[in-house]
Write a protein that binds this ligand. Structure first.
Ligand SMILES: *Cc1c(COP(=O)(O)O)cnc(C)c1O
Length: 386
């Protein structure tokens, strides 16, 4: 089956009720017919479900879809994107190992790397999103065990060359772990470029309607086994209810992402030369510095557009205040278009120099382009700019 079909037709086996839509297994534990079956399940001699911290059919269905879409061998779904990120670090890194990460990463991931990993004796190093192959090579030390990156990056929309970094990781036998939240698997499959693991915040485009938190790690079977064992003991299990919502969401992911991307391209093209905008970034505009890498590894430019307002912090705040339809909210990847101003919100605690280092300029606005009519989205942005 093709991916679009798998996203819809991978489903928990039909029960005796002959339901058409997928059932929801909202249960903490599972029953056994007799003592022997129960013993065998606990001894790992059968695949029977025991307890929903370990496995649950609704969670498995969501995981199976993501595994298929990413071209992975196995996966484990978690309660949030951050528990997927944290689980992938803690299960595979030990004291004395080093994590090499791109410095343009989600804020909470930075906190985990820089504040918590060192408490366990795990070292880290950062590298810029625009680093060359030579700079990457030079940043790899003998104890570098994992490379971590996001592409496109949040919120700067830089594109990292997955094939180049995948090749380096293979050469040095380093686990390549990619946060594919921004692109989603219908737009980019990092495993095809050499990634060993892919982490997701399902909270964003995978849900696509701003309803539930969720996450997942998919990738190499041997690595997922370690992550599964870590998670089943430490407890970041995904709620079966959230998994059921997310599995239904994935049925429409392909058509949603196509429209998000075409709306975003329209917004980017329409605003590129606006007099209030200093620079505008969208991966599938030829003006993007990494346009050729973006078009090589992504099927479309995704749903996020960023621009730098002339007038810095104050212009950014004023722009948000003038919007009438776009939502001001701490999420992205929703049917509803969302505007955010990182310098005064998500990244306000950083110093000006720290923000500059990760390309968060004072007037940077991030638009998560929704599924409303594209002319209505543009009209709201234009009236606010004016
Ligand atoms: C939101 C986000 C996360 C964290 O996901 P949660 O579901 O909020 O825990 C990780 N990476 C990226 C790129 C994100 O946007």
């Amino acid at each position: 089956m093709k991916k679009q079909t798998q996203a819809i037709r991978i489903q928990t086996e039909r029960t005796q009720e002959m339901e058409h839509s997928t059932p929801l297994f909202l249960t903490s534990s599972f029953c056994f017919d007799n003592a022997e079956e129960m013993r065998a399940a606990f001894a790992d001699e059968s695949d029977d479900n025991i307890y929903s911290r370990f496995s649950n059919p609704s969670v498995q269905e969501f995981t199976d879809k993501l595994v298929a879409l990413e071209g992975a061998e196995a996966g484990y779904a978690t309660a949030s994107g951050m528990s997927a990120v944290f689980g992938s670090f803690m299960a595979l890194l030990k004291q004395g190992d080093r994590l090499l990460s791109c410095n343009s990463i989600f804020g909470s991931t930075h906190t985990v790397i820089a504040k918590y990993l060192p408490k366990y004796g795990i070292e880290y190093g950062y590298i810029g999103a625009n680093a060359t192959e030579e700079e990457w090579e030079a940043a790899i030390t003998p104890n570098t065990k994992m490379i971590y990156l996001e592409t496109p990056t949040n919120p700067g929309l830089e594109i990292l060359d997955l094939a180049m970094i995948g090749k380096l990781a293979k050469k040095h036998h380093i686990i390549l772990n990619v946060d594919n939240c921004f692109a989603t698997p219908v737009n980019q499959q990092p495993i095809a470029f050499g990634a060993d693991l892919v982490v997701h915040s399902a909270t964003k485009w995978l849900d696509g309607q701003g309803r539930v938190l969720g996450g997942a790690v998919v990738g190499r079977k041997d690595l997922i086994k370690e992550i599964y064992l870590f998670c089943r003991s430490t407890g970041p299990a995904l709620s079966p209810f959230n998994a059921w919502v997310l599995s239904k969401s994935i049925e429409t992911l392909d058509v949603r992402m196509e429209r998000h991307a075409s709306n975003a391209l329209f917004i980017a093209q329409s605003l590129e030369n606006h007099t209030s905008i200093a620079t505008l970034k969208y991966p599938f505009l030829q003006s993007h510095p990494h346009y050729s890498i973006a078009t090589k590894q992504m099927q479309n430019g995704g749903g996020i557009v960023c621009f730098e307002l002339k007038g810095g912090i104050e212009a950014g705040r004023k722009f948000l205040d003038q919007l009438q339809m776009l939502s001001l909210t701490a999420n992205l990847g929703d049917t509803r278009s969302i505007a955010s101003h990182p310098a005064s919100t998500t990244h306000a605690k950083l110093s000006e120099a720290e923000r500059q280092a990760v390309n968060i300029t004072p007037g940077l606005i991030r638009i998560s382009v929704g599924l409303e009519n594209k002319e209505d989205i543009l009209a709201d942005i234009l009236q606010a700019l004016n």
